[in-house]
Design a protein. Structure first.
Length: 206
């Protein structure tokens, strides 16, 4: 009888320990993949502001990026190490020096600029899409400041940029953005991360 009681107690302890491990002793979550992406666009496009908001940082004291800055932006599916390059004319000519190692490109433009500056945006985007170090990478193109009454619509800008002839199998996303609608911005980045995952999977099969 005593042996049966001891055996029952032992089985109860084992069951309790198993339940305890399952409920309270879960291992650390699997690490999220990280991707290195470069963020480019003309000065005043709002690159620093959007990235700061994605990092849940305050907007006080934001100034145009001189050179470059790097921030880790966490998303549910991945972490993006975003290298933002300054868009001033004296910096822009050195962009290509910072392309090496990039796995994707974020291009941000101001939807409210003059025709002349919009043409400059178009030219810079075309150069990036055809650059040897970027031409096979996924692109996220954001037409920023869509909340402004002066903003051109996304379809209008997309048509003006004439990107289709440059696609050639490239995967890219072209969407509007605004700091007043960060939920939509995050959704755009989530779609971009899916492209990065697909690109990495294709590379691993080669």
């Amino acid at each position: 009888m005593a042996e049966n009681i001891q055996l029952s107690l032992a089985l109860c302890r084992i069951a309790f320990y198993t339940c305890f491990r399952k409920l309270c002793c879960k291992g650390p979550p699997s690490p999220r993949p990280e991707y290195d992406v470069v963020c480019i666009g003309l000065s005043g496009a709002g690159k620093s502001t959007l990235i700061s908001r994605l990092c849940s940082e305050g907007l006080d004291g934001i100034v145009p990026t001189a050179g470059f800055s790097i921030k880790a932006v966490a998303f549910p599916k991945a972490v993006l190490n975003v290298k933002e390059l300054g868009g001033a004319d004296n910096i822009k000519k050195y962009w290509s020096r910072y392309y090496q190692g990039s796995q994707g490109v974020v291009f941000i433009l101001d939807s409210t600029v003059s025709d002349e500056k919009m043409e400059a945006c178009r030219s810079e985007l075309h150069l990036a899409l055809q650059h040897p170090q970027l031409c096979t990478l996924p692109f996220l193109i954001l037409a920023n400041h869509q909340d402004s009454p002066a903003a051109r619509s996304v379809p209008e800008i997309k048509k003006y940029f004439e990107l289709e002839p440059l696609a050639r199998g490239k995967r890219w996303i072209f969407q509007g953005s605004s700091i007043n609608n960060m939920e939509a911005v995050r959704e755009s980045f989530s779609q971009f991360i899916s492209l990065l995952e697909e690109k990495e999977l294709q590379s691993s099969r080669i």
